[in-house]
Design a protein around this ligand. Sequence first.
Ligand SMILES: [Zn+2]
Length: 299
Amino acid sequence: MKSANTYASIEIDRAGHLRKDAGWLDSQLTDPASRIVPVWRSRSLVIEGDFPQPVTLPTGHVPLDNAEAIVFLGLVEETAHFAIDVSHHDEPPLRDYGTFQDLRRVGPRMTANEGGLLAYARAMMTWHKRHRFCGLCGSATEVKEAGHVRQCSNADCRNLCFPRTDPAVIMLIHDGGDRVVLGRKSSMLPGQHSILAGYVEPGESLEDAVAREVFEEVGLEITDTTYHSSQPWPFPANIMLGYTARATTFDLTVDYNELEDGAQWFSRDFLLNSPEDATFRLPRKDSISRRLINEWLGL
Ligand SMILES: [Zn+2]
């Protein structure tokens, strides 16, 4: 079995059956042994360093009164963990314990398990922030089931809304030999190149989405589409579904609306000697893109 990708397979029992147990949840929120994972404006509380450490706090150290959302994440061993949104503070709070940082910046230097807990908390808070109103009637929604459901407050509607994660396919396209296609968006770090990716659309299978995105972005036809693994990617609300596929045509026709800085075939030798600077660098180390490239390189 393959090892888990970063942010995947965190060591937590989500204990879904406890989400409706209001008495148990109340007792856990006042139990000093329980732990709080605070989130401030999508940022995670960490102690900075070469290997940033996530900060979880005992209940009582974080005021719950004005929290915009409280989510029961699950049990780590026997300890209840809750994520709490403290975004109502104008300035980052809890300064005695650490600093609020963007997981996109500190995640690559954390263990998969540490980063995964923060990714889960961040993803839940993003969902709450984006679903405060009912998509059917526009009324305010209320938090239910320990933060895993929001329900419309309009008695004539009562629409239920569940946490969302949007599927995106990400695919390493090779030529059956020594080359892969990498592309560049202008939003990437200087010199950074990545494998191709795109959102799954309603009414298509994952493998349909792989083929469509490859054709749209670089004009190649492919075969041998093979699933590799998946990765939660809460930036803001995705799950990345990793594939490899072999090109059957080789002339690139780049869509510069999607890949503003183009796409090219790159050889294995070139990638193995990547300078990792502004002239050329591979994707970030916590990404499934990097993992697929590294495995293709035999690393
Ligand atoms: Zn409604």
